[in-house]
Design a protein around this ligand. Structure first.
Ligand SMILES: Cc1cc2nc3c(=O)[nH]c(=O)nc-3n(C[C@H](O)[C@H](O)[C@H](O)COP(=O)(O)OP(=O)(O)OC[C@H]3O[C@@H](n4cnc5c(N)ncnc54)[C@H](O)[C@@H]3O)c2cc1C
Length: 346
């Protein structure tokens, strides 16, 4: 009998699998490709929410945890998918500079914000008011990470590429049974696919669609992630990711003309050089109204668990939320109410 069946191979499911591996728990991952939030994500990690100059709870602790966590995977699979790149906030006015200085004075934010205004000249991105640098930032190449991780699982016989059939799940008191697999527990990590899950679809995971572009712009010459009305993320070889949109009504994964137009209009306001659109992506972020993850155990079925609601911050929240969940299942450690799915009633 396995310790865990894990449904979903995005950032939630894969980080849970890695946490199991590290804690010598056995598992099988079952996933299809019906949802793609992880695969289309820009993968940026940035401790500070620049729009509101806020630091979500436990951010400093989470940052300390994810660095060695992802590094150990990189070392094992022999692939660098984490890239340290500074985030530069572009100031649009003197008022924005002042807001930055005020934020620098806040004790919690101080370790992450550079007090000096950077007046770097990027020829194709004029910024008369300069930039503010955020520390401890970068991006994960999410596609490279997930593909390499799943290839390893496949070769170890730990991955089944299939749609999970909820009607084939048998839940008994001390175990779960799915087709020919028996396990002590099952962890659902289907992202926005939660809506098909009859056990957990009562939870208010609204989802926020996001679109982004991959462009080629040889004259842009950026070596930092620029954060303005949109972000511009340098991927190397003159390629950049540009995003992202936030759309609350449309829950499809199809890129739209409106999304493309919004991004190109904002990009045209920021940069002065030519660019070519290479690809256009869309996905639905698994967001909850209160902007907090959803983790924990089903109120009626003690063998069924959930790891979801990573929202806009899957790279930073995936590993610590996976650990919270595993420790709650294995050691009875209480999950903080702010992220516990039991804050919502059936
Ligand atoms: C445009 C965009 C940009 C983003 N940028 C960033 C960013 O810069 N930084 C950041 O940290 N986060 C970013 N995010 C958010 C990030 O992508 C999510 O927080 C995270 O990827 C969610 O991971 P997940 O595993 O919960 O969901 P998913 O990635 O959707 O994974 C769920 C998996 O479960 C599978 N699945 C679902 N139902 C079933 C079923 N019934 N049977 C089998 N398999 C199933 C799906 O096919 C999928 O493989 C962005 C998201 C979008 C859309």
């Amino acid at each position: 009998m396995k310790d865990f069946i894990i449904v979903g191979a995005g950032l939630a499911g894969i980080n849970f699998a890695e946490t199991c591996r590290f804690n010598t728990k056995s598992f099988t991952v079952i996933s299809d490709a019906s949802h793609n939030s992880t695969l289309v994500a820009a993968g940026i990690y940035n401790p500070v929410i620049l729009k509101r100059f806020s630091l979500p709870a436990d951010t400093a602790k989470h940052m300390e945890y994810i660095t060695p966590f992802y590094q150990s995977i990189e070392n094992r699979i022999g692939l660098q998918f984490m890239h340290d790149v500074p985030v530069y906030r572009k100031f649009a006015s003197a008022e924005e500079q002042n807001n930055w200085f005020e934020a620098c004075d806040k004790t919690a934010l101080a370790p992450f914000l550079d007090t000096e205004i950077k007046h770097i000249k990027y020829p194709a991105l004029p910024s008369p008011y300069g930039f503010g640098r955020v520390y401890s930032t970068g991006y994960m190449d999410t596609g490279a990470f997930i593909n390499a991780y799943c290839a390893e699982l496949l070769s170890d016989g730990l991955f089944i590429e299939d749609t999970f059939d909820y009607s084939a799940l048998q839940v008994v008191e001390d175990s779960v049974h799915y087709k020919d697999i028996s396990a002590k527990h099952i962890v659902f990590a289907e992202g926005f696919g939660i809506h098909e899950n009859p056990y957990f679809n009562y939870l208010p995971l609204d989802g926020t669609k996001g679109e982004l572009l991959l462009i080629k712009a040889p004259d842009l010459q950026l070596d930092v992630i620029v954060n303005a009305s949109i972000f511009i993320l340098p991927m190397g070889n003159d390629y950049y990711k540009v995003g992202a949109t936030y759309e609350w009504e449309d829950k499809t994964q199809e890129p739209t003309e409106a999304g493309k137009q919004e991004l190109t209009e904002k990009l045209d306001e920021l940069i002065t050089c030519d660019y070519e659109i290479i690809e256009h992506f869309a996905g639905v972020r698994p967001t909850v109204k209160d902007r907090k993850p959803l983790i924990g155990t089903h109120p009626k079925h003690s063998r069924l668990h959930l790891l979801n609601g990573l929202g806009t911050r899957g790279v930073m929240l995936g590993p610590p939320m996976a650990l919270e969940l595993l420790e709650s299942i294995e050691k009875g450690k209480e999950i903080p109410r702010a992220v516990n799915l039991n804050r919502f009633k059936v």
